[in-house]
Design a protein around this ligand. Sequence first.
Ligand code: SF4
Length: 431
Amino acid sequence: MLAWVLSPPFKKQMIKEGRCEQESNLFGTVFPPLTMVEIASILKQKFNVKVIDTMASEINIEQLKIKFKSDKPNCVFVNTTTPTFKNDLNSVNCLSKISEKTIFYIYGIHAKYFSNKIKTNKNTILLNSMPYKKAYELIGLKNQNLNNFPVPSWDLVDLKQYKIPIKNKPFLLIRTSIGCPYSCTFCTAPYYYGKNYEQKTAKNILKEIKNGLDLGVNEFLFYSEVFTLKKKIVMELCNTLIEKNIKINWMCNSRVDTIDFELLNTMKKSGCWLISYGIESSSQKELDMCSKLIKISQTKKSIILTKKSGIMSIGHFVIGLPGSNKSSILSTIKYSNKLGLDFAYFYLATPFPGSELYEKLKLKQLDYSKINYKSNLINENLDLESLQKFAYKYFYFNTNTINSIYKLVKISGINAIPLLVNQGLNMLKQF
Ligand code: SF4
C-alpha cells in the first residue's frame, strides 16, 4: 500500500504550515514541511510513504501527473492553505482523473473551515480536523496525543532544500506544542489547533533534536504558538542542552508577557539566537480591540530584556487593525523602529477564514487567492498597501539595520555578508 503526502504546485513559493500561510518572499525561504513529515511518520506504520513538497522542489503539474500515473497511490494527504486552495483543488481534480481508486484527504485551515460547505467528488475529502486523526484512523489506531507521536520522518525529504536564508544553513522545525489559549481576533490558531495547549515534554523535544543532529542539521525552529508559555519545560529543555553540551542554534516565537530575564538568559546559553514576538500595534486601544491581552509597557520591557540577553528579535505588526486610522498606523511604524528590534514584518490585517476577524466582517465574494497579507481587503478608505511599503522602508533603511547586520555577521560569520546583500536587494525590489 502506498500513500503520498503532497503539497501541490503553485505559481509562488508558499509557507504552508498550519496558521502560517503566506508567500515566502521577504527573507526568501520555505519552511521544512513539518506537518507533512509528521503525517508520513504515522502512515509509515502501515504504508510505504512518499513526501512530495513542490514548494521546495518546484515540480510542475505535468511532472507531477507523470509521477502519479506511475505510482497510483492508495491515498494522498494534500496540504492546502487559503490562498492556494482553488489551485490545490484543481490539482487534485487533475490527479483523480488518472486514478479513480485514490482517495484524497485535503487538510489545513481552509479545508477544515469549508469541510461541510464545499462539494467535492466522492474520492476527495476535506478534513474537518487536523490531519493526524485521519492518518491514525488509516493505520487502525485512535488519535494520539502529541507526546505519543513518532519522530517526524525528515528522512523522506531532501533537507538541503530548506535553508535559513540569513545563514544559508539547513534547518528543521520541531513542534513543541499544539494549541493556543489566547484569542487574538486576526489569528486562526485557536480555531485550527484549539484553545487547549498541549505541551511536548523536554525529553521528547530532545529526541527530535538528536534526530536532527543525526541528519547533520544543527539549526532548529521550535514551532509552537507560544514557545515560552510553560517556563518550567523550557528551562528543563535549555538546562539539559547546556549540561549535556549539545551545541545547537535555535529560534522560537513567543509573547512578550511570557518571558523574564532568567528564562531569556538560559535560552541564550542553550543556543537561542532569535525570538519572534507578535507586537501588532503601538495603540493600546487596537491591542484591546483585537483581544491581544498585552500591555504596551510589557512589550517595551520585554524587548529591552531580550536585547540585554543577547538574543536577536523580530517584531510582527498588523497594519489596518479594527480601530486604526492613518495616524495610529504611522505611530505604529515609528514605534517599531524605536523598540530596538532587529527585524520587523508588517502584515495587512487579513480576514482568514477561521479567524474572528473573518466572522465579524462577513465579507461577501472574497477572492481567497488574494489573501496574502499584501492586499487591502478590509478598509477601502485607507491606502494600506502604501503604508505597508512605507513601514518596510522606514524600518530597514536606517542606522539600526547596520547594528543588526553587525550582530548577524557575528553569529553567522563573514560568509553571511553576500547573503545579506542579496536579501537587501530582494527587499528593495519588492518595496
Ligand atoms: S497568541 Fe494570539 S497571535 Fe499568537 S498564536 Fe495565539 S491567538 Fe494567534
